[in-house]
Design a protein around this ligand. Structure first.
Ligand code: NIG
Ligand code: FE
Length: 413
């Protein structure tokens, strides 16, 4: 008989999600699952996965009777802007008056108003605030996330954001993977000189690399922000310095950011609401992962969502994320995004689970650590108060997480 720390028994459906790589296109319909499952956890790792038949092979300090509930890997949120100062509830009235998101930005609001707040706040307060949001994510079943900078737009504040994310990664249960998004908007100091601003941002990359403050570099390629040409040059330089790439591509206007992401072998292209047919074809060919953010499209009040069905039918690897940020998607709840994916992107429950576990992990280069339950890996998993995997996206707007386990510890119950 083996002695373990935690034993989960009577798991109704245990989604292991096991796969050698991310799942592309029709493969996303696959959902490796064990019925009447059992998981043993020891020293923070998964010691055994099987069925309740092996119950008597184990003795455990803690036995959790899952009473037929669903158990899955901890969710992965591969696109967030979790470290920021202030909030933007005053923009709700502007939205109601029909003022477009990019117009608010043009008038010095939007992202730029959060920049002012983030510059003004101390590192300690920024840490505290982001920690509050992370706690909320964790309680919603999210155990690994990506976190972007991009509300500093100057050396000092960008580094402040990245250092806070690094500190959070070291001190919070959630694992954070950092992205440098210095090219998120053009600050007023550089209003007429976007190229000089981009040079200024590139000049920070040396320090970011040395101090291991980010793995990815991202840019907002959009009307009134950065052109495809500027983005190409900027990202190519970042790549040459050893960073992996992401792009906020074709979020509002279809400029061709999707094609650019594929051309530069970016790990992900994110948003993609306006991705062209050609862009979708190239995503399938290149293996660049499409990170879809339907919560943002919903919150921006748009009727047209990313063409997830076409992407999946053509063989694209699709992941889902919250895009959690103070402007275009103020929610930490990835479960809500799963419901939007079902309702607005017409994704099947099987595709949705792949998109928030294994594919999301690959979207942040963590395919070997997160997103699936495999013996020997760190034990990040969630017990859900739902009878089956289809139920979660169906019953929307509430938190279904019953117990969250991170590296073998019960962190939320
Ligand atoms: O992904 N589009 C650019 N960045 C974020 C929004 C940031 C904000 O409005 O503060 C996004 O939607
Ligand atoms: Fe974003």
């Amino acid at each position: 008989m083996q002695h373990v720390d935690i034993l989960l028994i009577n798991i109704g459906q245990l989604l292991t999600m096991e796969s050698l790589g991310p799942r592309a296109g029709k493969e996303m319909q696959k959902l490796p699952m064990i019925e009447d499952g059992l998981v043993a956890i020891s020293k923070g790792k998964i010691a055994y996965i099987g069925t309740s038949d092996s119950r008597n092979d184990f003795k455990a300090d803690i036995i959790i009777d899952c009473e037929g509930k669903l158990v899955t890997p901890g969710l992965v949120d591969p696109h967030t802007h979790v470290v920021f100062g202030g909030s933007r509830e005053h923009e709700m009235t502007l939205k109601q008056q029909g003022i477009p998101y990019l117009d608010i930005l043009k008038q010095g609001g939007g992202i730029l108003s959060t920049v002012t707040k983030t510059r003004d706040v101390s590192k300690e307060d920024l840490y505290k605030k982001a920690r509050f949001h992370l706690d909320r994510m964790l309680s919603h079943g999210v155990t690994t996330i990506e976190a972007k900078s991009g509300y500093g737009l100057d050396r000092q504040t960008e580094l402040k954001q990245l250092k806070v994310a690094k500190q959070l990664n070291e001190t919070h249960s959630i694992d954070l993977v950092s992205t440098f998004l210095g090219a998120h908007a053009i600050p007023k100091e550089y209003k007429e000189e976007p190229e000089a601003f981009l040079q200024e941002m590139l000049a920070i990359l040396g320090q970011i690399k040395t101090e291991e403050l980010a793995e990815f570099v991202d840019i907002f390629t959009e009307t009134g922000v950065f052109t495809v040409e500027q983005s190409r040059k900027y990202l190519a330089e970042a790549k040459a310095l050893g960073f992996d790439l992401k792009i906020h591509a074709d979020e509002i206007d279809p400029l061709g950011g999707t094609e650019l992401a594929c051309e530069l072998c970016a790990v992900t292209a994110d948003h993609l609401v306006g991705a062209s047919d050609e862009g979708i074809k190239r995503l399938a060919e290149s293996g660049t992962i499409a990170v879809l953010l339907p919560g943002t499209t919903f919150y921006l009040g748009k009727d047209t969502f990313a063409r997830a069905r076409k992407m999946i039918d053509e063989g694209v690897i699709v992941a889902l994320a919250t895009d959690f940020n103070p402007g275009s998607c103020p929610t930490e709840n990835l479960q809500l995004i799963m419901s939007f994916a079902a309702l607005k992107l017409k994704m099947t429950p099987e595709e949705i689970w792949n998109a928030v576990t294994i594919n999301a992990a690959h979207a942040i280069n963590r395919g070997d650590v997160a997103g699936q339950l495999v013996i020997g890996r760190q034990a990040d998993l969630v017990i859900w108060d739902v009878p089956n995997y289809q139920y979660l996206p169906y019953h929307y707007g509430v938190n279904h997480a019953n117990t969250v386990i991170k590296r073998g510890e019960i962190v939320s119950k």
